[in-house]
Design a protein around this ligand. Structure first.
Ligand code: Z5A
Ligand code: MG
Length: 211
């Protein structure tokens, strides 16, 4: 039987360069002839994603738990497609994933365990690359935007929760990269982490936080 595709998640703080690195990674994988599909969470194009987009742009209000569950539902509605692609041998790269869901809602004051529960059993990334950046460096990149969570105090709390999440994974599955460097240097590290996965995996896809 041929190998399944690898599931790669790129996580990180605001302005850490996730979207930049995901695009560079896609181009590199394509140039190596590896089939790849990108997902970005939130996916603002679905019916659920449109509600999330409206909330993030402060055009609507929602209870903290309700928006948390919408972010999670946005992943679940695409989980089947992700699994299918992986089974077909396509490498899947996600720009943000369940870890952002847990980090942002926990930073708002919800309990970590409660935030994690709707994410349990989602397809688990084979490796998560966490792009770490200090608030000072993020500020140099033009600062945060105008959306709801784009405030320095919130970003500091989010960073703390991401650090907590990272302790639950061994270093083969969660890699923290210094994203405060030049684009090319970060991209080189991203590629070093992803390259070993490019021939796919024989091992079955795991599920998030299944004990
Ligand atoms: N959220 C949530 O609460 N729950 C969830 O479950 C999920 C998300 C999935 C929207 O996310 C919000 O949703 C987000 C978390 C929350 N709130 N916040 N904060 P989003 O992913 O749609 O947000 P975004 O605006 O696309 O991503 P981002 O964090 O703002 O940016 P990024 O993708 O990490 O960075 P970038 O767009 O690649 O780069 C930012 C700028 O820096 C840009 O001008 C680049 O040209 C520049 N850049 C990039 N790399 C470098 C380097 N190395 N040096 C210098 N400049 C650089
Ligand atoms: Mg982005």
């Amino acid at each position: 039987m041929s190998n399944r595709g690898a599931f790669i998640a790129i996580e990180g703080l605001d302005r850490s360069g996730k979207t930049t690195q995901v695009a560079t990674l896609q181009a590199r994988l394509e140039s190596e002839g590896i089939p790849v599909k990108l997902f970005k969470f939130p996916d603002r194009t679905t019916a659920i994603g449109i509600m999330i987009d409206s909330y993030l742009r402060s055009q609507s209000e929602l209870d903290d738990r309700a928006i948390h569950l919408l972010f999670s539902a946005n992943r679940w509605e695409l989980a089947g497609a992700i699994e299918q692609l992986l089974a077909e041998g396509t490498t899947v790269v996600c720009d943000r994933y369940a870890f952002s869901g847990v980090a942002f809602s926990t930073a708002k004051g919800l309990s970590f365990e409660w935030c994690r529960s709707p994410e349990v059993s989602l397809p688990a990334p084979d490796v998560t690359l966490f792009l770490d950046i200090s608030p000072e460096k993020a500020r140099e990149r033009g600062g945060y935007g105008d959306e709801r969570y784009e405030k320095e105090e919130m970003q500091r709390k989010v960073r703390d929760v991401f650090r907590q999440i990272s302790t639950e994974f061994d270093e083969a599955r969660w890699v923290t990269l210094d994203a405060g460097r030049r684009r090319e240097d970060v991209a080189a590290d991203v590629w070093n982490c992803v390259q070993p996965f490019t021939s796919g995996l024989a091992s079955p896809l795991q599920r998030l936080w299944n004990k």
